[in-house]
Design a protein around this ligand. Structure first.
Ligand SMILES: [Cu+2]
Length: 101
């Protein structure tokens, strides 16, 4: 019986450290990218982005929604950016963006 209890404790310890890792990653790490297209009417932006570990995504070019349309006034196609993204209501959404030089 003792051995089973120890195994359970070990299992729950490794689980909780996995969760801690996850929480750490979710603290809005910036992703590098390059703007490909800005669509103000549809409130969408196409970004060629680097790897996004928080969203479990490799580097690719894709379309994002934007949380705040004002983000689209700050950037244009060809700009290099750092941005934050989350999955909101099933859609990949840019929550913040800064041009880089
Ligand atoms: Cu992607």
């Amino acid at each position: 019986m003792k051995r089973i209890a120890l195994a359970l404790i070990a299992a729950s310890l490794s689980l909780s450290s996995a969760f801690a890792d996850e929480a750490h990653h979710k603290q809005g790490a910036s992703i590098e990218g390059e703007v490909r297209k800005v669509d103000k009417d549809a409130k969408k932006i196409t970004i060629k982005h680097g790897p996004m570990p928080t969203l479990d995504m490799p580097a690719m070019t894709m379309v994002f929604q934007v949380k705040d349309p004002a983000i689209l006034d700050k950037v244009k196609a060809g700009d290099k950016v750092k941005f934050q993204a989350e999955k909101l209501g099933g859609a990949f959404t840019v929550t913040g963006m800064e041009p880089t030089k």
